[in-house]
Design a protein around this ligand. Structure first.
Ligand code: HEC
Length: 105
């Protein structure tokens, strides 16, 4: 019985390990998007997305937009005085995922 418990614990630890490895993967995630949302480095105006959209407020409607990536880029360029991101980049895709996640709340 003791060995069974040990084996179970080892398996559990392995799953947790795999899980955190996946979290650190290079793919886009809503978490990364959330972090970028308050990152002033996206632009040069000293502001971040959350300066004008605190906690993503008002983004729920935008979540269903099919041109969400372009809308984000418009705000990066016009509002943050930054450089538009590649719509296929992990950064922009992550922000899309984050804003879409706000629409589900
Ligand atoms: C200087 C203020 C400002 C900043 C900074 C800003 N925005 Fe905006 N944003 C606006 C305004 C104004 C609008 C148009 C009015 C509205 O829909 O709220 C808008 C609209 C949007 C929309 C469309 C909303 C809708 O319902 O269609 C999205 C999505 C958006 N912004 C995302 C972002 C993201 C992502 C960032 C950061 C990269 C950002 N914004 C930074 C002011 C700003």
């Amino acid at each position: 019985m003791k060995t069974m418990k040990l084996v179970a614990i080892v398996f559990l630890l392995m799953f947790v390990g795999v899980g955190s490895a996946a979290a650190m993967s290079h793919g886009p995630t809503a978490e990364k998007g959330k972090a970028l949302f308050s990152d002033v480095k996206l632009g040069t105006s000293g502001q971040s997305c959350s300066s004008c959209h605190p906690d993503g407020r008002g983004m729920a409607k935008a979540a269903v937009k099919t041109d969400l990536a372009e809308t984000i880029n418009t705000c990066i360029v016009k509002a943050l005085k930054g450089t538009a991101l590649d719509t296929k980049s992990v950064e922009l895709q992550s922000m899309v995922l984050y804003i879409q996640s706000l629409g589900k709340m």
